[in-house]
Design a protein around this ligand. Structure first.
Ligand SMILES: Cc1cc2nc3c(=O)[nH]c(=O)nc-3n(C[C@H](O)[C@H](O)[C@H](O)COP(=O)(O)OP(=O)(O)OC[C@H]3O[C@@H](n4cnc5c(N)ncnc54)[C@H](O)[C@@H]3O)c2cc1C
Length: 468
């Protein structure tokens, strides 16, 4: 083992920033730190165990579905581009240990197995999340795919190109499951979605999830709820041939797993860094690992503060990872920035059905002891008389007595999804539903009815809060 030295372009007194993880959070942090300080002041060494940097996993469903035709369109910045910005990027190199005491990390070349220690003055942990793989027979059989990385996406595309049958089973009905259902429909597959919950999209209340369920059935998807997968059966050459639940068997030529992720924090845990109840690293508002002045963490490996419930949550979203990276890079580069927390906004789609949520679901509000009123309205995306108007359902939760907005869920066609951003801003600002009714939103018949669907829901919520 050797202790690696400073890179050529680094000044003699430069500090060294080591980054573990070369995607959204890690490379945003590295890039921002480089903007803050040149190589004469700060050496930046980044370790990535995979083949790619700064790639959009978010785009994988659209690449697999054929909307995006080239893998490389999903890569925002290549290793060479990072290196050209004086970031010493070590690809296919996995950090296997963090020695907090001696301020160094041990890294292993994935291909050769060679190991070496690299010392740091400042450390960024951006190791992301690990997909949950079911521990059951057949889960690793050929034809069973995750979709976490570009390599996973390519492996799935290779399987789709080789497979003669057209039956696909998606296990899990979160947003990745429903997006992958769309991708497989677009590829001409008969799709079955097997879901453990009572309705798809458990990030919504079940009554809103029901709308997603019905719409997916309308697209020809077979939806199976309340079903625990017990094993995967294999056939010719060990390839997957069926997904088995407690009481049924679903034939499958290909299986896609989308059953969630866990923070990738084994390294951090072994190093004695603080983890929360969801297994994510705990940081302060500057994204500094609690109790460690020179270690930051961000992205899918951390827990975030939910500004509505006041509790820590693990939410694996690229939108947060990029912001975390920006904050970390600013701080590690000697500046000052904070990440105040999230309101839990997310948007996704399956074919032309848009699904959006922000804030608390009913069960979240109950769990933290909030009393609330809930309203659901049907409205349209455009003025009713304007061609192309389609219906959307908006559900809104407001706190009893105070009328404070607590959460919004929207399911509908074109224009439904990003409307949730109105509610995200209102939640962030701590607005009441009454204040929302006076929001000066844009209106013209091609864009919305004269009362935007979100404001229709707010008006109904005001009435209910007043009556309570
Ligand atoms: C199919 C799919 C669709 C998605 N769609 C959306 C979406 O629409 N909107 C949204 O906001 N988010 C979406 N996401 C989530 C988003 O991609 C993640 O939140 C984001 O990539 C997190 O960035 P990160 O840098 O924290 O982690 P990651 O992107 O997971 O990157 C972590 C990196 O660290 C590397 N690494 C881990 N451990 C080590 C180690 N010990 N040594 C060296 N390298 C290591 C990994 O190889 C990885 O490249 C989607 C994710 C998937 C899988």
């Amino acid at each position: 083992m050797s202790m690696s030295g400073a890179s050529r372009r680094t000044g003699p007194g430069a500090e060294r920033l080591v980054v573990i993880g070369g995607d959204a959070a890690g490379m945003s942090a590295a890039s921002q730190a480089r903007r803050m300080k040149g190589p004469d002041e700060l050496e930046i060494v980044a370790f990535e165990r995979g083949h790619f940097t700064s790639y959009s996993a978010c785009g994988i469903p659209y690449w697999v579905g054929g909307d995006v035709t080239e893998r490389d369109r999903l890569i925002a910045r290549t290793p060479e581009e990072h290196r050209a910005r004086d970031i010493d990027l070590r690809m296919r190199t996995e950090v296997t240990e963090i020695d907090v005491e001696r301020r160094r990390v041990r890294a292993r070349d994935v291909d050769s197995g060679a190991e070496s220690w690299t010392s740091y003055d400042k450390l960024v942990i951006a190791t992301g999340a690990r997909p949950i793989r079911p521990d059951m027979p057949g889960a690793d059989a050929p034809g069973v795919h995750g979709v976490q990385t570009l390599d996973d996406g390519q492996a799935l595309l290779d399987t789709l190109a080789r497979t003669r049958g057209r039956r696909a089973v998606v296990v899990g009905a979160g947003y990745i499951g429903v997006e992958m259902a769309e991708a497989l429909i677009n590829r001409g597959y008969e799709v079955t979605v097997v879901n453990r919950g009572s309705e798809p999209m458990s990030t919504l209340d079940p009554d809103m999830g029901r709308l997603v369920h019905e719409a997916m059935e309308g697209l020809g998807v077979t939806m199976v709820n309340d079903a625990a997968v017990t094993k995967l059966l294999t056939g010719d050459a060990g390839r997957v041939r069926a997904v088995v639940t407690d009481d049924a068997e679903y034939p499958a030529d290909v299986v896609v797993l989308g059953i969630g992720v866990r923070p990738e924090t084994d390294l951090a845990k072994a190093a004695g860094l603080p983890l929360g109840t969801h297994g994510g690293l705990l940081t302060d508002l500057a994204m500094r690992v609690r109790g460690h002045e020179d270690i930051w963490a961000g992205g899918d490996c951390v827990e975030v503060l939910d500004l509505v419930s006041g509790q820590e949550r693990h939410i694996a979203l690229g939108t947060h990872a990029n912001k975390h990276g920006q904050v970390i890079g600013t701080n590690a580069g000697g500046g000052y920035a904070t990440f105040p927390g999230v309101v839990g906004t997310a948007v996704s789609k399956v074919c032309d059905l848009e699904i959006a949520r922000t804030g608390l679901r009913e069960k979240d509000a109950r769990r933290v002891g909030l009393q609330f009123e809930s309203v659901t309205v049907e409205s349209t995306s455009r003025a009713g008389y304007y061609p192309g108007a389609s219906s959307m359902t908006v559900k809104m939760l407001a706190e009893r007595r105070t009328g404070r907005l607590l959460g919004v869920q929207i399911v509908g066609r074109e224009g439904a999804g990003k409307r949730v951003d109105i509610a995200a801003v209102a939640l962030t600002a701590g607005m009441t539903v009454e204040q929302m009714t006076a929001l000066d939103l844009g209106y013209a018949p091609p864009f919305s009815p004269v009362w935007d669907p979100v404001l229709v829901a707010a008006r109904k919520a005001v009435a209910k809060v007043r009556a309570s």
